[in-house]
Design a protein around this ligand. Structure first.
Ligand code: CMP
Length: 141
């Protein structure tokens, strides 16, 4: 069954002009982009998006980082999309990520890890709705 996930190309990755490379890899790996936009998150938006991490020591740094520049948000569709995309990008810490993954190739540290991905179907729906209205998403077959 087709699933969707939400991914974000993070500020340092956008600033380093890796958007094109990353999108090409995502498409070649068989993920269909059904929504895409570039935004600069405001502090209150980043705080809300990462509310689940509010009690973590890195929360304020994370909010500062995610508001430091433009990001590209995308909704992707594929069979087993959530799990496959997490495999495809690699571990949160780029040093632990497998060779050939996006985070291994473009990530700098556990914080500056170049992309975000939803960790469940439930969160994918919540995170997708954070960035996109229903009419902004392409209906695939
Ligand atoms: P992401 O997949 O977007 O989910 C939460 C983010 O918090 C994570 O990627 C990193 O950018 C950041 N993060 C996770 N762990 C740490 C950590 N130990 N120190 C700093 N930032 C972290």
């Amino acid at each position: 069954m087709k699933e969707r996930t939400l991914t974000i190309i993070k500020p340092e990755c956008v600033a380093e002009k890796h958007i094109g490379n990353i999108i090409q890899r995502i498409e070649k790996a068989g993920f269909e982009i059904i929504g895409m936009k570039m935004v600069r998150l405001k502090k209150k938006d980043a705080e809300r998006f990462y509310l689940v991490h509010k009690e973590r020591p890195f929360y304020s740094e994370l909010v500062e980082y995610m508001t430091s520049g433009k990001v590209v948000a995308m909704v992707l569709e594929k069979e087993n999309c959530v799990e496959d995309f997490r495999q495809f990008i690699g571990a949160t810490d780029p040093q632990q990520a497998e060779a050939g993954t996006i985070r291994k190739d473009f990530g700098q540290s556990i914080q500056f890890n170049c992309v975000h991905a939803s960790d469940s179907n439930e969160n994918a729906a919540i995170e997708s709705a954070f960035f996109f209205s229903t009419r902004e998403l392409i209906e695939c077959e």
